[in-house]
Ligand binder design. Sequence first.
Ligand SMILES: *Cc1c(COP(=O)(O)O)cnc(C)c1O
Length: 354
Amino acid sequence: MKKHNFSAGPCILPKEVLLKASEAVMDFNGSGLSLIEISHRSKDFVAVMENARSLALELLNLTDKGYQALFLHGGASLEFLMVAYNLLNKKAGYLNTGTWSDKAIKEAKLFGDVVEVGSSKDEDFRYIPKGYSVPDGLDYLHITSNNTIYGTQFKKFPKTNTPLVCDMSSDIFSRSLDFSQFDLIYAGAQKNMGPAGATLVVIKEDILGKVSRKIPSMLDYKVHISKDSMFNTPPVFPVYTSMLTLEWLKSLGGIAAIEEINEKKARLLYSEIDLNPVFEGYANTEDRSLMNATFNLTEESLKSTFEEMLKDAGINGLNGHRSVGGYRASMYNALSLESVGVLVDVMSEMERKG
Ligand SMILES: *Cc1c(COP(=O)(O)O)cnc(C)c1O
């Protein structure tokens, strides 16, 4: 039976990417050797890294604008501290929109003062803070563009002269934005790009070199830039697979093309959540994420029926994060409109039963 994969991360990747990646594991570029058993310094792999880095900038429309793209180890969670290590002299601002920003704040506090410029903790992170003002004298302002767990997403970003740092782990490459408004973007690969194990970091180079502390080489963005993202052995398989996904996205027509599909998917699901009395949304309507839709049953007694029906329809990964409960439909780039249709059919069938 066809599976419909709504998993929040690691998550669905395009079938053709999985096929090409698995072929490369057996025989990379017709070399008779596996991608994962050759030198990362070989000509063929260096070309992969360079292609992945330049595709990332190209898709974000940041080519030749003073930005560098790196593929690093350690997940988005390592960036929580690397950002502060490299950029935080005295004081940084953070918008607290949920678990991930909370974790980023915790790490930053090891390096300096943290001002919580805005927070939606008072309503269990159901909304995106608005109307906050960004104080002067911050080394940077950190935001989480899409809150994977709560299903909220920034639609507008703060206008400020302060360097803007964005954790874009769960919505990078999903919608058109002016990416040049950000000075540093980071994203774990496993939510819209590839397997876990690589993190994309896109940095405007001129924000670096302004802290006085000594930075260990592996945590120093400048070191990674100077070594073309090859300071040590990069995560070769995640980088290769990410490159394939970026090629796939480019061949579809880039971010603008996928955004159109992502909007259709989200519209279809949210209108079902809103019209069907058996379900209620979790996040505030105006702040809803196009990537992760969070919702609950209005009657807990329907839980086993609903989950049985999901299983019968081949729907996977719909459970909400353990800290929120309920359901979460993650609709990353590779998820088809058809899969969302299957979910919506199950939901409307529930209405007839409920
Ligand atoms: C998943 C996620 C993270 C954590 O990513 P790791 O790669 O597991 O460290 C951080 N931020 C956001 C927004 C996420 O969705």
